[in-house]
Ligand binder design. Structure first.
Ligand code: PEP
Length: 259
């Protein structure tokens, strides 16, 4: 059984004080959520303080990025995965579309970052997804499989235990336009097939694939009812405790069977 993950990406929002306030407000609201892993990703500067304040809770911490370098060294402005682990981080978001588009991250960089996450014994949430133009051209699957092959090549079977894939169609991020549960399911099933072909059926069945793109309290249940959707990466709706808690505590309908 794949345990769902509901992860909140706070992006470049909130001071340390605001982050702590939000984390403490969230804590009791998700305390009984044993059906899923609850993850929040504050900005780097807030990670240590939030980790300390969440000790003993069921909320885990993610970083939003990491260096391509595994070892410490002369790389101004960068942070290694070992340093992230040191402050209490368990997950690292890698290859978010905002980083690919605004900071020109390539699949090769995603691969180095993912390898660094694995080497620090953390879990990478590796983001993939097509733009609207690519979907309209009918090349969404080609784009996503290229990102998976380019970003995740060379991984061993045991490395895969430390990988989560987040399918985030770029046209659905921060736009209020969600992929329908069926559209998301179709791509999630495709991603699982790519892993089955590239690795093994066992690894593909164990892989957790999250959906991201305007997930809200009112659309999470429909998404989570799909057989290949194993959780969500949430941006805007994760910035407020009540709305994120509603997403975590989604109405659990029986999952649809694989077609
Ligand atoms: C994200 O930032 O990963 C995201 C999916 O954002 P939003 O939920 O706001 O679309």
């Amino acid at each position: 059984m794949r345990k769902p993950v509901i992860a909140g990406n706070w992006k470049m929002y909130k001071t340390v004080g605001e982050s702590v306030q939000m984390a403490l407000a969230l804590k009791p609201l998700v305390a009984n959520a044993s059906h899923c892993e609850v993850v929040i990703a504050p900005v780097f500067t807030a990670l240590k303080t939030v980790a300390d304040r969440l000790e003993g809770s069921n909320i885990k911490l993610a970083a939003q990025n990491c260096s391509t370098e595994i070892a410490e060294g002369a790389h101004t402005g960068e942070v290694t995965t070992t340093m992230l682990r040191d402050v209490g981080v368990s997950f690292v978001i890698v290859g978010h579309s905002e980083r690919r588009q605004i900071y020109f991250e390539t699949d090769a960089m995603v691969r180095l970052k993912t390898q660094s996450v694995i080497s620090a014994k953390l879990t990478a949430i590796v983001c993939v997804g097509e733009t609207l133009a690519q979907r309209d051209q009918g090349i969404a699957e080609k784009v996503v499989s290229g990102q998976l092959t380019g970003g995740l090549s060379g991984l061993t079977a045991s490395d895969l235990d430390r990988i989560i894939v987040a399918y985030e169609p770029v046209w659905a991020i921060g736009t209020g336009r969600t992929a329908t549960p069926e559209q998301a399911q179709e791509m999630h099933a495709f991603i699982r097939r790519v892993f089955a072909d590239g690795h093994s059926e066992k690894a593909a069945q164990a892989l957790r694939i999250l959906y991201g793109g305007s997930v809200k309290p009112d659309n999470i249940s429909g998404l989570m009812a799909q057989p290949d959707i194993d959780g969500a990466l949430v941006g805007g709706a994760s910035l407020e405790a009540e709305s994120f808690a509603k997403i975590v505590n989604y109405d659990r309908k029986p999952r649809k069977a694989n077609s």
